[in-house]
Design a protein around this ligand. Sequence first.
Ligand code: FES
Length: 120
Amino acid sequence: MSHAGSDERTGPSSYRLTFDGTTVTARPGQSVGAALVAAGIVAWRTTRREGRPRGLFCGIGVCFDCLITVDGRPGQRACLVPARDGMRLSAEGGRDGDDSDGGGSDGRDGDGGDGDGRRR
Ligand code: FES
């Protein structure tokens, strides 16, 4: 895989990912969400009912606002997935029923939620 700068002892100094075809650079140890925000991409999915933009909110895997498709696997939490060289990221739309700010979780991985623990 391609990466900018590499040291035999420490590995690559950065990774190259793509988000909907746009190249994004990440540092080793950065989450996918952190890399997107650092690249100026602050929303990568929309709510189901009103199409409101969502990205990082809690940043610790609780709210599920940051769901993203990683290498073809939907429903991944961008704040928890470590960035890797060559990852293909894509936006998700309408993954939950919560149009409030944050807290769109039912506590289940990968499916978003409605913010009050009920599925719709
Ligand atoms: S920002 Fe990822 S779960 Fe809240």
